[in-house]
Design a protein around this ligand. Structure first.
Ligand code: NAD
Length: 501
């Protein structure tokens, strides 16, 4: 293990070692450990927090426009280094390069939005709220903030968090996923180059020990988390108990309703990307189709089988491939076991990706696309998040039955409806208990100037990620009421509650 290149932390604007534990980082396409990552101990995380704390007063006092200019510079640097960053993502996550570029672009849009922070931080002002009294609200930074991110968007999800946090005047400690830690680290180096002062952004590599330190250290005022629901719930409870502001985005099981009047060809091609893009490792992936009517289900199946037959599975570095490997061997085994379970529980496996072989990459974590019919609500493959290239069809007879399924599912991240009927679409968007909804749009991921978040057990906390909600999450409102009495005017004491009576 010691021969492998080591990925370390980024503290105070430089690469820093810290912690004794090392974990291998695998290339999922080859199954080989190509790097190792240091796992921070408590003292290393505390060092990062101390760096962020020390950088805070000067950064908070920096005019917002100057902070915003760093974001503008960073946007340019990210564009210039796109190829390098995407290569890092593909080498550690496995996704195809075009998909890595897509996530980087979405991340850059968040940096771009953060560069509007001076406009977004403008407060509210009211003149003459009383005689010669003016009042205003302003939005002040919190101090040291932190982010904990998942493996599946290693470059984008960190960019959902820290650019807006620092543009609002906070400093930040980021803990990326230990499974694909390099791209977030490289972005931190580019941020220094863009003009971000040392200490404003720190990156600690690590696992539970790092997370627990961030959740309990009193210097950390707010924590953003994105990952699986059990950990999101833990992070929310632990962080809140320690008096922090917490937003914790969790897992998903997104359903696509296909109505009898839908444009089936469009729905099929939309579903191919939604189910199998990034090997299904997206929280907005759509692993379930709820087909209204058997004719709809049969038409979708015919179209999907034809498209699946054309799909190319292989290393993400080859632009000919549509789908790369799963992220790690344990995850690969877990997803394959879900397929076994689906068969055992009685769903009909129409396309079986378990036997897929990629010549020259026999040790890679490749699973071909899988398609199930007759998935039923009681089945494990219906209830649980699989996070792999496994698409199931549930057959119902009415839109209301489809919506009842979605509304009673524990997750409520994303959903969509394919239809030509405006009335049905309007009823669906109005009454569905899900945070992000698409109409003929399979992955309704909000753009950077809206906010991202699910309902039910897909999000713990009140504010969604990025966009306008992030400005509120990373700031505290302060309301000031000010009076400058005219010279010589003296009033007696008033004991009733002040009002404009
Ligand atoms: P994960 O929950 O395993 O890990 C997320 C982060 O938590 C990582 O940084 C990890 O190091 C840390 N962590 C893991 N175990 C921990 C523990 N016991 N205590 C403290 N910290 C711990 O998630 P993942 O496998 O990296 O990512 C996939 C999951 O993330 C899926 O469930 C997916 O739906 C979800 N996700 C959600 C969204 C969203 O916006 N809702 C976006 C992307 C991914």
């Amino acid at each position: 293990m010691s021969q492998l290149p080591t990925i370390s932390h980024w503290i105070d604007g430089r690469s820093t070692s810290g912690g004794q534990r090392l974990q291998e980082v695998f290339n999922p396409a080859t199954g080989k450990a190509e790097k190792q990552v240091l796992l921070a101990d408590k003292a290393t995380v505390e060092q990062a927090i101390a760096s962020a704390q020390a950088a805070y007063p000067a950064w908070r006092a920096t005019p917002p426009l100057k902070r915003a200019r760093v974001m503008s510079n960073l946007k340019v640097l990210l564009e210039q280094h796109a190829e390098e960053l995407c290569a890092l993502v593909t080498a550690e996550h496995g996704k195809v390069l075009a998909d890595a570029l897509g996530e980087l672009q979405r991340g850059i849009e968040n940096v771009e939005y953060a560069s509007y922070a001076p406009e977004l931080l403008k407060g509210e002002h009211s003149k003459n709220v009383g005689p010669a009294i003016d009042s205003w609200s302003e939005f002040q930074a919190l101090g040291v903030t932190a982010g904990i991110t998942p493996f599946n968007f290693p470059v984008m999800v960190p960019l959902w968090m820290w650019p807006m946090a620092v543009a609002c005047g906070n400093t930040f400690v980021l803990k990326p996923s230990e499974r694909d830690p390099s791209s977030a680290l490289r972005v931190a180096e580019l941020a220094l180059q863009a003009g971000l002062p040392p200490g404003v952004l720190n990156v600690v590599q690590g696992d539970k020990e790092s997370v627990d330190t961030l959740l309990t250290d009193p210097r950390v005022k707010a924590v953003s988390f994105v990952g699986s629901t059990p950990i999101a719930e833990y992070v929310y409870a632990t962080g809140c108990a320690a008096g922090k502001r917490v937003q914790a985005l969790g897992g998903a099981k997104n359903h696509a309703v296909v109505m009898p009047d839908a444009d089936v060809a469009n729905a099929v091609s939309a579903m191919m990307g939604a189910a199998f893009g990034s090997c299904g490792e997206r929280c907005m992936a759509v692993p379930l189709i709820v087909a209204v009517g058997d004719t709809t289900a049969d038409a979708m199946i015919a179209g999907l089988k034809a498209e699946i037959a054309r799909m190319k599975v292989g290393p993400g570095t080859d632009p000919a491939n549509d789908m790369g490997p799963l992220v790690t061997r344990p995850h690969f085994e877990k997803v394959r076991a879900y397929v076994d379970r689906g068969v055992a529980e009685g769903a009909t496996l129409l396309v079986d990706g378990r036997g897929v072989k990629v010549p020259g990459h026999e040790e890679g974590y490749f699973l071909g696309p899988c398609l199930f019919d007759h998935v039923k609500p009681g089945m494990t493959i219906y209830q649980e998040e699989i996070f792999g290239p496994v698409l199931g069809i549930v057959r119902v007879q009415t839109l209301q039955q489809a919506m009842d399924l979605i509304n009673t599912h524990e997750y409520g991240n994303g959903t969509c409806i394919f239809t030509r009927d405006g009335e049905a679409a309007r009823y669906f968007t109005d009454n569905i208990l899900v945070g992000m909804v698409g109409v003929n749009v399979p992955l309704p991921v909000p753009v950077a100037y809206h906010s991202f978040g699910g309902w039910k057990r897909s999000l713990f906390g009140d504010l969604h990620a990025y966009g306008p909600d992030a400005v509120r999450f990373y700031t505290k409102r302060k309301t000031i009421t000010q009076r400058w009495p005219s010279a010589g005017v003296r009033e007696g004491a008033v004991f009733s509650f002040p009002s404009n009576r």
